[in-house]
Design a protein. Structure first.
Lengths: 113, 117
């Protein structure tokens, strides 16, 4: 069965410290992975997707198929990074059908001054 | 930048009543989704919709649930007879069809908090 696991419910770091939010997935097909962020009382927003291989707000994530992981990293955390972070796996389907997202439990990142 | 909108932001209803949650997807998007998040739990897929029909639905999406695109802009989720366990945040999402086999980025609405008493 397809599954996304985020082992940490809460991650608390000090400003300027490195951050790594863990995400592991279980999927036998070719994965398409995303990180979504939800700031306080706001909507889920796409942070980054693995096929883009881009860095957004200083965050990066590398797909490691061997370890089935897609950890989110940032070298120096900022207070404004405090939010809920969700890792999601897209199960894309055949043409003309959209792919549902399977979400992890979410990790709350708290960056202290 | 265009956004997905949802109304109402909060709906309170009595058990057994029907509710309709409304969503306006981004205008050029063709795939639509509903997800829900029970307090303290993960975001769960309910249903996907394309070309005026359901593409896929989860086990949660039973006969009490239905979706509709009544006009060119709205996308609705109806719960026929609400139960206490339907209390959750309901998120609508939409994505753009690119003609690829892969799923495209889904853009989420702000959610409707449904409280069933």
């Amino acid at each position: 069965a397809q599954r996304v696991t985020q082992p940490e419910k809460l991650l608390s770091v000090f400003k300027g410290a490195p951050v790594e939010l863990k995400c592991n997935y279980s999927y036998s097909g070719s994965p398409e992975l995303f990180w979504y962020v939800q700031y306080s009382r706001q909507r889920l927003q796409l942070l980054l997707r693995h096929i883009s291989r881009e860095s957004i707000k200083g965050f990066t994530a590398d797909l490691n198929k061997g370890e089935t992981s897609f950890h989110l990293k940032k070298p120096f955390a900022q207070e404004e990074d405090s939010a809920m972070y969700y890792c999601a796996l897209s199960l894309y389907m055949i043409y003309n059908q959209g792919g549902k997202l399977i979400f992890g439990q979410g990790t709350e990142l708290s960056v202290k001054p | 930048e265009p956004e997905v909108t949802q109304t109402p932001s909060h709906q309170v209803t009595q058990m057994g009543q029907e509710v309709i949650l409304r969503c306006v997807p981004i205008s050029n998007h063709l795939y639509f989704y509903w997800y829900r998040q029970i307090l303290g739990q993960k975001v769960e897929f309910l249903v996907s919709f394309y070309n005026n029909e359901i593409s896929e639905k989860s086990e949660i999406f039973d006969d009490q649930f239905s979706v509709e695109r009544p006009d060119g802009s709205n996308f609705t989720l109806k719960i026929r007879s609400t139960k206490l366990e339907d209390s959750a945040m309901y998120f609508c999402a939409s994505s753009e069809a690119r003609g690829l086999a892969r799923g495209d980025t889904q853009y989420f609405g702000p959610g409707t908090r449904l409280t069933v008493l």
